[in-house]
Design a protein around this ligand. Structure first.
Ligand code: SF4
Length: 470
């Protein structure tokens, strides 16, 4: 497997990716800013949303049990999955017990996280993704690169070529032609499917409802047309009451796409009742832990406030340059570099917390004000403690630490560095163009600021000596 650095190198050389990312990210960012600025109490709404998330997670056990009781009372069946394997196993067992051969899915990051499609296909069950972006991803054997815009890395030409091969549309097809072709293909899939699988943007404890927001209406088809609906719900997705849900929906849509509300908000409360014409005969809700309880106990608990809006990805200078695939995780961008180690462990993902400039743009954009830089610093410190820092960095920091407690030596080193910089090629402003050794990569794309001729302590000594002069 390639390293994070190698994947970034590939992404940075990918001109179409760079073009696709720039315009798409700006579109989302300006949409979000416009949506919140049009709201008189936008900042207060964000504060309220954060309070709801914090309070819910503080008493998550109670809210989960309340949700289970409400959902059972509605006629849904509720299951608990401690990890990805158990979640997939439950879905496959339900499908086999009901002789399910065909499944339609709406977009769900949790099902990506647990790799549900692989498990279903292995069990001989055919799966069709029905979100347009996810459908393109599935047809092309690709992976999503953004949590709300799965094909943000693809251009119109890429999709036109794919649909030409798969659905027979012209190579120069326009967007309406492509979407019509997808709609026709998916319509058959909805009608043929025995089971619809969704995630849940939220799950409401007081009503036992699953809440889905989409802009394409596919979530409604998935939850109403097949005779069985299975919903996978991350245990942190709980919201206690419907009024609190209203607050979260308002900040979610504005932060994700700049809309006051998503085009479709579906609240699914149990299977079809005898007086209803539409809806599934069975609703199965699987509450998935998969590392969340452990995350809740530690320094990264705040990350579970995340409502998966994607706003932090859109503003992140790293994501905006390398896109989602470089991260190697289902969850990219600032939220992903904390969520992934939080739920899947730091050791296999120790490179990810480095993928940030710590500029704080993510926290500024986050509707629930998650302090991502703080958690990144924790993860970086833990990563060093576990021996993941490169050897040259550890030795360099040890040497620096030793010199820092030996003032004379430190001053001598600073003097040598200050004089030595004049031997390097420099810009007009006096900045060093090329630093040697392991820091050379730093000056490949930027100049190194000049070191001061006199150190701070020298200046301080001189200043205090002057002020003591009579
Ligand atoms: S961390 Fe905040 S901004 Fe990023 S996806 Fe989660 S809720 Fe949205």
């Amino acid at each position: 497997m390639t390293s994070f650095d190698q994947r970034c190198e590939i992404a940075l050389q990918d001109i179409p990716l760079q073009q696709a990312l720039g315009s798409a990210m700006d579109h989302f960012v300006f949409g979000r800013l416009g949506a919140f600025s049009a709201l008189p109490h936008g900042e207060a709404l964000r504060d309220h949303a954060r309070t709801i998330r914090a309070n819910t997670l503080t008493r998550l056990d109670e809210h989960l049990l309340a949700f289970e009781a409400s959902a059972l009372a509605n006629g849904s069946q509720v299951y608990w999955a401690s990890d990805a394997a158990e979640a997939c196993d439950l879905v496959v067992r339900i499908a086999k017990a009901e002789s399910v051969r065909k499944v339609v899915k709406s977009k769900s990051m949790l099902t990506e996280e647990v790799r549900l499609n692989d498990a279903l296909e292995t069990a001989g069950i055919h799966v069709v993704e029905t979100d347009l972006g996810e459908y393109v991803v599935q047809l092309s054997g690709d992976h999503p690169s953004h949590i709300i815009a799965p094909i943000v890395h693809k251009r119109l030409e890429d999709v036109a070529e794919l649909f030409h091969d798969e659905l027979g549309t012209p190579l120069d097809a326009t967007i309406p032609v492509l979407t019509t072709a997808a709609r026709q293909a998916l319509r058959h899939a909805f009608i043929d499917a025995d089971m619809g699988i969704t995630g849940a943007n939220f799950a409401v404890s007081e009503t036992g409802s699953i809440v889905l927001v989409t802009n394409e209406g596919n979530g409604r088809f998935v939850t109403t047309t097949p005779r069985i609906h299975v919903a996978l719900v991350g245990i942190e997705r709980l919201v206690p009451t419907l009024p609190e849900l209203g607050t979260l929906l308002q900040v979610l849509a504005r932060s994700a796409t700049g809309q006051p509300l998503s085009s479709y908000t579906s609240i699914v409360t149990g299977p079809r009742r005898s007086v209803e014409e539409d809806g599934p005969e069975q609703v199965h809700i699987i509450l998935v832990d998969n590392g969340r309880t452990d995350a809740l106990k530690g320094e990264l608990a705040e990350m579970l406030y995340c409502i998966r809006c994607g706003a932090c990805l859109n503003v992140c200078p790293v994501y905006r340059n390398v896109g989602g695939h470089a991260y190697g995780s289902v969850y990219p961008g600032p939220m992903g570099i904390v969520v992934t180690p939080a739920i899947a462990g730091l050791d296999p993902w120790h490179e990810l917390p480095q993928a940030s400039s710590l500029c704080g743009a993510c926290t500024e954009a986050c509707p629930v004000r998650i302090d991502i830089p703080r958690m990144l610093l924790n993860l970086r410190a833990e990563s060093v403690d576990r021996g993941h820092a490169p050897r040259w960095l550890r030795l360099g920091l040890q040497a620096y630490g030793w010199a820092a407690v030996h003032p004379r030596l430190f001053r001598l080193g600073a003097k040598i560095a200050s004089l030595g910089q004049h031997l390097m090629p420099r810009t007009k402003q006096g900045w060093t163009r090329h630093v040697p050794g392991p820091l050379a990569g730093w000056t490949d794309s930027r100049a190194f600021p000049p070191l001061a001729g006199r150190s701070f302590s020298e200046r301080w000594e001189k200043k205090t000596a002057r002020s003591k002069d009579p």
